[in-house]
Design a protein around this ligand. Structure first.
Ligand code: FAD
Length: 414
């Protein structure tokens, strides 16, 4: 049976990997050429530590405060857009403790499943992708943030994750090469990181060897359906027959769903990253600078810094002040590193696929008998990709799913 996957991001490629290994014919349709996109310039974290979904109590008030500052890590471009309004209303309803309590265990299952699978992936993929298994910091400067992070660390322990709560001096002892200026930190030992671009290239080249068919520079523009089934995927280059269809096209998932007459709430959440090479002294651990919502990923002499969440549609406008504030935040935590200001021409951006409750859409959609969704992972696409790929394979083959799927139901807002 031919499974057609729309979208060759990290979710599409991981899905192709597990399906092909199980013997399915797999075709991936990708509108770009596997050189860039949200799955390339991200921070590369595979982080079980991120089990709290995006929609949390207090986030709306925090977001409104951030909206008042041009250099804050969050921005919504004010505009009259019905999809954004619908998305915003659900986000507002879901940003509560009950949602977090019911969804966190499911997110934890997905993240821990992926973390386990990544150990195999590291062995199985012939091209290395710098997977580094040493953990990730949550670092703070504000004591109130510290209290919250310590509380989260206890919750993480209850999920079986190992953490070390550190005072400033202990953080410094771990960071042997660079000066740190923090009020404290939690080291999440189960987290790991990869070079996401290399991970994508490694998967792509392995999938080619495995016989997955790729249609690059090919945009899906419609579908032919009959009797509750999708028979053909229409693209700008050819019509492609499909046995099963997996929609994995990231932040464009809402738009493509409209072609099938389905409402799926999705907003692109733009984030930026910048790179530094050849650093004689570098961080030893990746870190999330919690008060500033900034993230760092070091690999040998290479360092990537990233952050911000902008709900401005698929706009390619770079907001200079917000990019500069990522650099400023870094300086506050690592004051002696003196990294040069980012070159705006080299700043990378990508669109996170953000669902309004912070939970991905994974599962069959009842609108068609052969339609499966795999998307909406927001800031967790890499962290949840392998698990999502395996789950889609299990759904298609009719096996018992490795984890409960109801929290990921793609029709939950339809
Ligand atoms: C600054 C930043 C840092 C991040 N850091 C991390 C991190 O450390 N860890 C983590 O887990 N996640 C991180 N993320 C999030 C992660 O990058 C995303 O969750 C992930 O890349 C989403 O993958 P995807 O495959 O769903 O979507 P995408 O990577 O966007 O892939 C979807 C693909 O579908 C294609 N497509 C769209 N429409 C069509 C169409 N009609 N026809 C054909 N093709 C189509 C697109 O071209 C695209 O290539 C970060 C994101 C940002 C912005």
């Amino acid at each position: 049976m031919n499974v057609v996957i729309v979208g060759g991001g990290v979710i599409g490629l991981n899905t192709a990997y597990y399906l092909r290994r199980a013997g399915y014919g797999v075709t991936v349709i990708e509108k770009n050429d596997f050189t860039d996109g949200c799955s390339y310039g991200n921070m590369g974290y595979i982080s079980p530590s991120h089990f709290i979904p995006l929609a949390t109590p207090g986030i709306i008030a925090q977001g409104l405060r951030w909206m008042l500052s041009a250099s804050s890590p969050f921005y919504i471009q004010p505009r009259l857009n019905l999809d954004l309004v619908r998305w915003g209303l659900v986000f507002w309803k879901k940003a509560n403790a009950k949602n977090v309590e019911s969804n966190a265990p499911h997110l934890n299952n997905l993240l821990q499943l992926t973390r386990e699978l990544m150990k195999d992936m590291k062995r199985e993929l012939p091209q290395p992708f710098d997977m580094t298994e040493k953990g990730c910091w949550m670092l703070w400067k504000n004591e109130k943030t510290g209290e919250h992070e310590k509380h989260l660390s206890e919750q993480a322990n209850r999920f079986g994750l190992k953490t070390i709560i550190c005072r400033p001096q202990q953080v410094q002892e771990y960071e042997t090469e660079v000066e740190t200026n923090v009020a404290g930190g939690v080291l999440y030992l189960d987290d790991c990181h990869v070079n996401p671009g290399k991970f994508m290239q490694s998967l792509y080249s392995e999938l080619q060897k495995m016989g997955v068919k790729f249609w690059l520079n090919t945009t899906v523009t419609g579908f032919e359906t009959a009797n509750g089934k999708i028979n053909t995927v229409i693209t700008d280059r050819a019509d492609i027959p499909c046995g099963e269809l997996v929609i994995a096209n990231g932040s464009w998932l809402g738009e493509i769903s409209k072609l099938l007459g389905i409402k799926v709430l999705m907003q692109p959440g733009k984030g930026y990253s910048m790179e530094y090479n050849g650093l004689a002294e570098n961080l030893q651990y990746p870190s999330i600078l919690v008060d500033d919502r900034t993230a760092t990923t070091p690999i040998d002499q290479w360092l990537r810094i990233g952050g911000t969440m902008e709900l401005s549609g698929h706009s390619d406008n770079i907001l200079t002040k917000r990019v500069q504030s990522i650099h400023e935040a870094f300086k506050k935590y690592y004051p002696a590193m003196n990294l040069p200001q980012p070159d705006m021409n080299k700043v990378w951006y990508g669109y996170r696929p953000v669902s309004p409750d912070g939970m991905p859409y994974i599962g069959r959609h009842r609108a068609f008998s052969n339609l499966i969704y795999a998307g909406g992972h927001a800031m967790l696409g890499v962290s949840a990709a392998a698990g999502t790929g395996l789950l889609v394979k299990e759904i298609i083959s009719g096996e018992k799913a490795s984890i409960a799927l109801q929290a990921f139901d793609p029709a939950r807002f339809s």
